[in-house]
Design a protein around this ligand. Structure first.
Ligand code: SF4
Length: 522
């Protein structure tokens, strides 16, 4: 039976099943045949809405999901293509999107992506020209063009969220970014992998609070000891397998047949729990050889669906001091979240740095200040001479290098990250919020550093301004301004805030769909 993901998504009574397939590093042979056979069997089974094809997972090269996906698409099985920002700049991403549209593959999962992995002769260059929010904006703008050209079917573009964050700052950062993704036009949400029913519930409640009415698909996975260990060690960014679950899985797999059966049973139980909690579907991962385990999960779900509440206690894997937005953990309680309810101390020097930068910004980079016309006049004057531009750039560079580790991008975004530099502070240069890869507040790429979005939340919480993390969406950096004075670019309206480009205008036209989060701080 033909299933079309778009139709299933639009019919709220249909439970979605998506199946994640991972292309290998060959252009043909067994790995390709296996993926295609799983997709064929999924199509024959008729219960899977779409297969989703990963995009160089882990940052390592693999067969293009566009090419393998098109083979599968031709068989009649609908495909969701993972679309990451790691390997292409905005030009390449738009070109790729146009190519997919021409091929008829218009289901996209827009992701910032894992960091660059190992390719030919070493690690590849991490691009990250856009992030997952600006990528959503790009796809939404493309949809406008597609529709105006007479094609009523634009892209269906989804996003990911990672509710399994156990510090207040990381948790808030995830929901704030989800708000921006929704604001930018995301049409569905797929969760990262975790086994904590309170966090699954938290996501649904937070969506309600933020006024985000998007269908959410929860991830389930057939765990093997090897993958469970990697996830437990944090080697698969965003996926969480706690100690007790790892031990259980290792115990189960002493007998591989029992291990496999237990993995399928766990996936089925989590599937019915998610359905019971109001999730629109499940996203099944960990299927690499054949379709049969998926059919067993779906069969089992039909058998046990009515007893879903009996399985809630199977998924209470949570760290002892983990943060929960709703600490009472009452599954159906609609209460205010706990963000900002407890003091978030930051070091004295950091508080001083934040205050100093905030005052400087208010005095010199506020378009509403009385002095704004004077700054514009002076900027025009300085900008008109080469020596003036060079002198100002030098002064700016020295000051910002000391205060911020500035990389001279010429299109400053420190005000969006609580006065930290996203170019030097975040390896993915994200301007719109945390990626899903942080762990215990530490950066996915450099675990010896704090994630700058964790730092941003802590700084903003002290002045009760955390809602700025979810307002609107921040346009991407303008590369034409590289190594020029961001001060001049700001006052002369050339930077991303000047709303001079199509992209900036599009972002500026979008208002935040966020719940008035100031309420969360009393
Ligand atoms: S700093 Fe934060 S957002 Fe940036 S890559 Fe590291 S974990 Fe991700």
């Amino acid at each position: 039976m033909l299933r079309v993901f778009r139709d299933d998504l639009l019919h709220s009574n249909r439970f979605l099943v998506t199946l994640e397939l991972v292309p290998g590093r060959e252009h043909g042979g067994k790995s390709v045949e296996t993926v295609i056979q799983i997709a064929k069997d999924a199509f024959s089974d008729g219960r899977v809405s779409a297969v989703s094809m990963t995009d160089n997972p882990g940052g390592n090269p693999s067969l293009s999901p566009d090419v393998l996906g098109s083979e599968i698409f031709r068989l009649g099985m609908d495909v969701i293509v993972h679309f990451t920002c790691r390997d292409m700049n905005r030009v390449g991403l738009e070109s790729r999107a146009l190519q997919l549209a021409m091929m008829g593959m218009k289901n996209i999962l827009a992701l910032t992506g894992d960091y660059a992995g190992q390719g030919f002769a070493g690690q590849g260059a991490p691009v990250f020209d856009l992030d997952s929010v600006s990528l959503q904006c790009l796809m939404a703008m493309l949809n406008e063009r597609i529709e105006s050209s007479g094609d009523p079917d634009g892209f269906i573009c989804g996003c990911a969220v990672s509710p399994f964050k156990y510090t207040e700052a990381e948790s808030y950062a995830q929901y704030a970014k989800l708000s921006r993704k929704a604001n930018a036009g995301a049409q569905f949400v797929i969760t990262q992998l975790g086994y904590d029913v309170c966090k699954f519930t938290e996501l649904i409640q937070m969506q309600q609070l933020m006024g985000i009415d998007l269908p959410v698909i929860g991830s389930v996975y057939i765990l093997t000891p090897g993958v469970a260990r990697l996830m437990h060690q944090g080697k698969i960014p965003g996926a969480i397998v706690p100690d007790t679950l790892l031990k259980t899985v290792q115990e189960e797999w002493r007998d591989p047949e029992k291990g496999r059966a237990a993995g399928i049973e766990r996936a089925a139980r989590l599937g019915v729990v998610l359905k019971g909690l109001g999730y629109r579907g499940i996203h099944i991962g960990g299927v690499h050889r054949r379709f049969e385990p998926v059919a067993r999960i779906l069969d089992r779900m039909q058998q046990i669906e009515h007893q879903w509440q009996d399985f809630l206690n199977d998924f209470l894997f949570s760290p002892p001091d983990g943060f929960y937005a709703f600490p009472s953990q009452q599954i159906s309680a609609a209460i205010s979240p706990d963000y900002g309810q407890h003091p978030v101390p930051i070091p004295f020097w950091e508080a001083c740095h934040y205050r100093l930068m905030d005052i400087t910004h208010t005095l010199f980079f506020n378009p509403d200040t009385l002095f704004a016309p004077l700054y514009q006049y002076l900027s025009r004057h300085i900008d008109s001479s080469r020596s003036g531009r060079m002198a100002l750039h030098l002064i700016e560079n020295v000051g910002k290098q000391i205060m911020l580790g500035c990389r001279q991008c010429g299109d400053c975004a420190i005000q969006h990250v609580a006065f930290q530099c996203p170019e030097s502070g975040c390896p993915k240069h994200i301007r719109n919020g945390a990626c899903g890869g942080s762990r215990n507040g530490r950066c996915e790429v450099h675990p010896d550093r704090w994630c700058i979005w964790r730092q941003a939340y802590r700084r903003l919480a002290t002045v009760k301004k955390t809602e700025t993390m979810m307002a609107g969406c921040i346009p991407p950096r303008r590369w034409e301004l590289d190594h020029t004075s961001s001060w001049l670019n700001f006052h002369l309206g050339r930077d991303h805030q000047g709303a001079s480009g199509d992209f900036a205008r599009f972002c500026a036209s979008r208002t935040s769909c966020g719940y008035p989060s100031a309420r969360w701080h009393g």
